[in-house]
Design a protein around this ligand. Structure first.
Ligand SMILES: [Zn+2]
Length: 228
C-alpha cells in the first residue's frame, strides 16, 4: 500500500500498487471502526494479498485482505519510515498509468523489505539507488558509459537530462557539472543490488540527485520529491 487517506466517517481510500494491474485506487469501508474485520492490516507500506470488487467508478472496494509482510521494524525508525514514504511516492509519480510493471512491484517490495530488515540503510544514498532502478524500469536508464551526445568515452564532465546522460566537455552546453565521484556513484548504484548500494559524499549525492531528477523531468515529465 502506497498511501491511505481518511474518507467519510469510518472509511479509507487506499492507493495501491499491484503486480498485475499497476496502480489502483480502492475504498475500505468501515476500516476505521474499532471492530473492523480488516483489523490493522490496511496500513501504508504493508505488503498484502488483497481482494477487490470492481464497481462502476474508479475506486474498487476492498472485500478481503491478508498480510504478506507488515514491516513492523520500518515503523520504529523515523528515517526508514520516511524512506518508505518517498519510495512509494516515487512509484506513484513515475508509474501512475494503470499499466502493470511487475519489475517495479518487485523493486518496491525489495526496498520496503530492506528498510524493515536494516532500517539504518535508509537515507539519501538508498533513496537515490532506488530511484535509479525505477528509471531503468521505466525505460529511462541514463547513459553513463560514454557521452550521451557524441559517444566520446573520455573527458566526461557533466550530466544533461535533455541529452539523457553524462556528456563530455565539448557537449556540455545544456549540462551541469558532474564530479567523478557522482558518476561512480550512479554507475555503482545501477550495477549493484539495492542492499549493497554505495554511499558517497554529500556533494556527490547532491549531483546524483540532480541527474536523476532531471532525467525524470525531461523524459517522463515527472517531478520527484527531494530524496531526503
Ligand atoms: Zn560529447
Amino acid at each position: 500500500m502506497l498511501r491511505s487517506i481518511r474518507y467519510g466517517e469510518a472509511d479509507r481510500v487506499l492507493h495501491l500498487y499491484t503486480a498485475d494491474h499497476g496502480r489502483l485506487g480502492a475504498i475500505a469501508k468501515g476500516v476505521r471502526r474499532a471492530r473492523s474485520r480488516f483489523g490493522g492490516r490496511l496500513e501504508p507500506f504493508f505488503r498484502l494479498q488483497i481482494m477487490l470488487h470492481q464497481g462502476r467508478g474508479d475506486l474498487h472496494t476492498v472485500t478481503g485482505a491478508e498480510t504478506v509482510a507488515a514491516h513492523p521494524r520500518l515503523r520504529e525508525h523515523a528515517a526508514a519510515l520516511d524512506g518508505a514514504a518517498r519510495a512509494c511516492d516515487g512509484v506513484a509519480r513515475l508509474f501512475g498509468d494503470g499499466e502493470p510493471h511487475p519489475a517495479v512491484y518487485a523493486l518496491l517490495c525489495n526496498e520496503l523489505a530492506l528498510l524493515d530488515s536494516r532500517p539504518d540503510s535508509a537515507g539519501r544514498a538508498n533513496q537515490l539507488a532506488f530511484r535509479l532502478k525505477l528509471l531503468v524500469a521505466a525505460g529511462l536508464s541514463p547513459v553513463l558509459a560514454h557521452c550521451a551526445s557524441c559517444g566520446e568515452r573520455d573527458h566526461l564532465s557533466g550530466f544533461s537530462g535533455a541529452a539523457g546522460g553524462v556528456v563530455c566537455s565539448a557537449c556540455e552546453a545544456s549540462a551541469f557539472a558532474l564530479d567523478e565521484e557522482a558518476h561512480a556513484f550512479l554507475v555503482d548504484a545501477l550495477g549493484r543490488p539495492l542492499a549493497q548500494a554505495p554511499d558517497a559524499s554529500e556533494r556527490a549525492l547532491r549531483q546524483a540527485e540532480r541527474a536523476i531528477g532531471e532525467t525524470a523531468e525531461h523524459h517522463a515529465h515527472v517531478h520527484l520529491r527531494a530524496a531526503a
